[in-house]
Design a protein around this ligand. Structure first.
Ligand code: GUN
Ligand code: ZN
Length: 437
């Protein structure tokens, strides 16, 4: 197959001098196993491969598949609970819903809603916060496998503070993790992530069990929350003898290049130095931080400390699955921070929503941009004629301006197609604009 499109991507980190790569009437040859074999002016790729089927996506723009580095599978149905800070929102919105996932049939329905949300938004890769129930995590992995998404996820573990049905023991957490990882880690596009909910709800025993699971699982990831809300941070300090939030994980050896912590809205310089030294990344979740009033993410301090940052939707505290919306909200916030903020261009936003996530998840060799040798994971943004985005694209001053318009105006209804590993997701029974599973 040759895809013919206006292609926008960010092969190099714009925080380190990379620029937007924009090609009008670009041809991308997709070979066996979904690998991009050739890329260049359509006419020349076509001349090299006159027999190949051509998929014409010239109406709109083609972007690399979007990467969501922090999203909660069991929270699809509580998106939009506004007006509360983190700990109240957990008690009133998130945790009662998460208890419902002990019913596996219910969890299967939620898994379908969740995958639909990701694909409709053009998200092809995600680091997913699973459920506290192993059966629900199985249901989520099953759905992800069926639709062919690149999902890294795991059982969420906790043994204090949360409602009783969500609690486990270190022994049970270790055993259920081993069982789930045996079933899913390395199967197709799936990988396992060891996932204590946050150190507020995880005793030393749970964190030790997490370390043991990581030691036992080759190539598994680690994810949790950190420094999201000031009240939460004070409570963590009290529970861990005044240790910093980052240290509450680091003292158990949980922070490595395969670790990704969500939020980090209120880090100390020492915590940033630890994250940089470990090579651990941070998922910035702009709509969630705004909706919960968690605080103003210090992107500049992360970048200057050498901590890698990618974007997360944090559904369901975040207000939807769209990584375009997250990018725009990240831009707004850095503008509002004035001199403390980091001025962001649309090129930065695309990087944060694609290449940065691929790098943070250790997938930069395979995905993140549309270079030769990478997998064809892509989203086609194609607004209806007359839509403000269509008008904006038709009148863009340059490629970067067109991309700004995609972030400013693009919504899930502009997503016309999604490919993972060269396959359209609809071919696997995934959702599309025209029909659901
Ligand atoms: N911290 C612990 N659990 C959660 C959660 O579900 N959402 C957010 N935003 N923060 C958390
Ligand atoms: Zn979260």
């Amino acid at each position: 197959m040759i895809i013919r499109a206006t292609v926008l991507d960010t092969p190099d980190d714009p925080f380190a001098g990379g620029v937007l790569r924009a090609e009008d009437d670009c041809g991308i040859l997709v070979e066996q196993a979904g690998v991009i074999g050739e890329r260049g002016p359509f006419a020349s790729v076509r001349a090299d491969h006159p027999e190949e089927e051509v998929v014409d996506l010239r109406d709109g723009v083609l972007l690399p598949g979007l990467v969501d580095t922090h999203v909660h599978f069991p929270q699809v149905r509580v998106i939009g609970g506004l007006g509360m800070p983190l700990l109240d929102w957990l008690d009133e919105c998130a945790l009662p819903e998460e208890v419902r996932l002990r019913d596996v049939d219910y969890a299967r329905e939620v898994a379908r809603d969740f995958m639909t949300g990701l694909v409709d938004a053009g998200t092809t890769t995600a680091l997913v916060f699973g459920s506290h129930f192993a059966g629900a995590v199985d249901a989520m992995f099953e759905a992800a496998d069926r639709w062919g998404l690149r999902i890294t996820a795991g059982l969420v573990t906790s043994d204090r503070i949360l409602p009783d049905p969500l609690l486990t023991t270190p022994e049970r957490a270790y055993e259920e993790t081993a069982g789930l990882a045996a079933r899913w880690h390395g199967k197709g596009r799936l990988r396992y992530a060891v996932t204590p909910r946050f150190s507020l709800s995880a005793s030393e025993g749970i964190l030790e069990a997490c370390a043991a699971s990581l030691a036992a699982l080759d190539g598994a990831w680690f994810t949790s929350h950190v420094n999201e809300n000031l009240r939460e941070i004070a409570e963590v300090g009290a529970l861990f003898d005044g240790a910093s939030y980052v240290d509450s994980y680091d003292r158990f050896g949980l922070l490595t290049v395969r670790s990704l912590l969500a939020h980090n809205v209120h880090p100390t310089d020492a915590e940033l130095a630890t994250l940089a030294a470990r090579g651990s990344a941070v998922a910035h979740c702009p709509t969630s931080n705004a909706a919960l009033g968690s605080g103003l993410f210090p992107l500049r301090r992360h970048v200057e400390s050498g901590v890698h940052v990618a974007l997360g939707s944090d559904v369901g505290a975040g207000t939807g699955f769209s990584m375009l919306k997250e990018g725009l909200q990240a831009y707004f916030l850095q503008r509002l921070l004035g001199e403390q903020g980091m001025p962001l261009t649309s090129t930065h936003l695309l990087w944060l929503a694609t290449g940065a996530g691929a790098r943070a998840l250790g997938l930069a060799e395979e995905i993140g941009d549309l270079s030769v040798g990478k997998q064809l994971d892509a989203v086609w943004v194609t607004p209806e004629a007359g839509d403000p985005l269509a008008v904006g694209l038709a009148n863009a001053r340059c490629a970067e301006d067109a991309l700004s318009k995609v972030f400013a105006l693009g919504t899930t209804s502009d997503v016309g197609g999604v490919w993972v590993g060269g396959e359209p997701i609809t071919a696997r029974g995934g959702p599309s604009r025209t029909g659901r599973e």
